[in-house]
Design a protein around this ligand. Sequence first.
Ligand SMILES: N[C@@H](CCC[C@H](N)C(=O)O)C(=O)O
Length: 291
Amino acid sequence: MDWHFTKMHGAGNDFVVLDGVRQNITLTPERARKLAHRQFGVGADQILLVEPATRADADFRYRIFNADGGEVEHCGNGARCFVRFVHEQGLTDRNPIRAEICTGIIVLNEQDDGEVNVEMGRTSFEPAAVPFDSAGLVPRIEGEDRLWPLALTGEDGAERTVWVSVVGISNPHAVQVVDDVDTAPVATVGPRVESHRRFPRRVNAGFMQVVDRRNIRLRVFERGSGETLACGTGACAAVAAGIRRGLLDSPVRVQTRGGVLTIAWDGEQLVMTGPVVTVFQGVIDVDTLLG
Ligand SMILES: N[C@@H](CCC[C@H](N)C(=O)O)C(=O)O
């Protein structure tokens, strides 16, 4: 059995996109992991599976799998690739498109300049909703935000505390402010935050450098994929946290290692705008390579 796929990226966060509308696709976590593998598969940060909608108020459903095979709630850069994919593949000429993700509906609009904007849905800062176990912790209040102390143990066994904003964009984020993203300890602190025991579903760990009130630089160690060149929901979480902390004003230009995303937030709806690139199309022999 063969699957046709499209390789895409949004600001360097890369995807294998599968058409589950015209193909009969059973994507298990193991198959997703193999497809995403950079040596033995096609290679991707996430796999996107486009399917018929299951509710009347949506045009399509799309599902997201991290490189480790886990299915997740939301993906900002993936959302932009999804809308370009359904247009390029002739699955619809509707614009904007309403897409069903596992936590609700998001609205996507392909602009005349080739960028895509996405109404990402609502943000939550309630620990239980993220989810984050805040029992026994005393937050530091900054502006309207609460910074939570996370105790981390270093490779040398030494304890240190990092202060994070905890944000739910359907998926979980922990954002810390750093002086310089280039020297931030993303590779060492990122995995410790990602799997910290206070995040029962793990977490995406963001490192934000505030350049000025409308510009940040951002790196994200993503849950289930490691550091990526850009993380759309991570950009939304960083901007929302930065605005609540009184550090930023909407809209904010987010410089990632793979490109620029623009995030607007009115305190309710988050709107993300950014680029999309189709890299190539291919066919994969499922029985031989994915099992
Ligand atoms: N790259 C994404 C986020 C993908 C999911 C994330 N790793 C998670 O586990 O929540 C984005 O652009 O938002």
